[in-house]
Design a protein around this ligand. Sequence first.
Ligand code: FAD
Length: 447
Amino acid sequence: MSSLDSPRLTLWRDITPLPSPLIHPPPFSPHILVIGGGVTGLVSSWVLLDKGYRVTVLAKDFVSDEPGKRLTSQIAGALWEFPPAVCGSHTDRISLERSKVWCMTAYHIWDGIADIKQLRDDSGVRMMPSTFFFPSAIEEDPDQFDKMEEMIASGVRGFRRSTQIMEEQKVDPEYGAVDAYQLLAPIIDTDKGMHWLTSLVRSKGAKFVTREIDCDLLDIEEALRVEFKADAIVNATGLQGTTLAGDNSCYPIRGGLIRVINDGANFPKVEAALTITADAVHDSSEIIFLVPRNDNILLIGGFAEPHEQSLDLTLDSPIVKRMRSRCEAFLPSLKKARLDESYPFAQGLRPFRQRNVRVERELRSKKSRIVHSYGQGGAGWSLSFGCAQDVLALVEEALSGVQARPMAEMWHVSQLDPCTRALGQAVSNTALVAIENRAHPKLRPRI
Ligand SMILES: Cc1cc2nc3c(=O)[nH]c(=O)nc-3n(C[C@H](O)[C@H](O)[C@H](O)COP(=O)(O)OP(=O)(O)OC[C@H]3O[C@@H](n4cnc5c(N)ncnc54)[C@H](O)[C@@H]3O)c2cc1C
């Protein structure tokens, strides 16, 4: 069985959060150069290290708490979402279907991490209620209804659909949300999470090198492999696919999050993520994205500005003010919110790509042993371990001399993981009963 057919990557069986590698690298174990120290690079490194590979992580920047120096992975709201995520829709069928597999792999691993108190405290990963609101009955939007069905069948925990949720969460009925569902989802305190991932990968034996690469990796692959005695290279540089992979279809989607104190003193503590997705309202300028980052901070978002490169927004920028007013109209208690004075506003560039996420070998040269994992957009944390499992499989293919194939050839829908294949085709009876019982009396699922 090739690694590409392997069962879903599983915590404690395939990887562990313990400081030493699950499989100690045997003598002459292949050495992998991972370029990128964000969530994509670090989680890929973790998986490779636990499989007995030696790893060097090379990046221009690593995790930092200095203002203006945080990585995109730290800026993220880091709410786990079933694709498409809050801020955008998918343009590529293969990437969308693969993302459903990736996100479920990550879901179970984050869930396993959050399940152990010490790990939860160290990593900043928690399972929290995550609520999605809709401007009309979900059945009226076939895409949203299909997504809900798939999500229920996927194995997420704590799914519940109810029109009571609007009242329970004290959202203003005037805002126009008339339907909602909730599930338990991972939410990561990213500053904590990135420090934890960095030290975990280091403790498992990875070496760290700070360096910027400013050209196409293919042009310097040989030189890099000689310099680092590397057997393969993983490119996890987020938005830099344009330069490092010669991929002109990469572009940023700028976003920002206001940070307020969520200690219950000024408004009732928000203890669930509350969101209205761009897909649900068919308008990316109407996103609501409220996410409790940790016990003390609530993130208020969001917006999505394609092709905006600069990080020069302030709390007074019109788009930020509009976002705040929109969220206050949705959840009026936020009008009394107090800013986190030490870090009131976070902004960053989501690494998008025209055909969505690329986890694929370098195709321009038959000899190349480069594996790309970039373009995770607004979902790098949601897809993390899933993408890393494919990275591992592709590295193993490259090392064993298998010819590289395009993603579209590797992942025909018929070849997708059996679980994903089942999604959308055969929603379990239990799931349908759950919808029926919880749906608005006038609403009934399509069977
Ligand atoms: C406002 C906002 C909200 C978000 N919300 C969520 C969310 O709720 N859920 C979610 O899952 N995701 C969310 N995201 C998306 C998430 O942040 C990204 O998908 C994720 O961080 C991508 O991780 P990465 O490791 O690929 O890239 P990055 O974090 O950008 O890391 C890239 C790494 O590559 C290195 N690098 C780059 N160029 C070079 C070079 N030339 N040479 C050497 N090294 C280089 C960098 O130094 C860095 O170490 C959000 C993003 C934003 C901006």
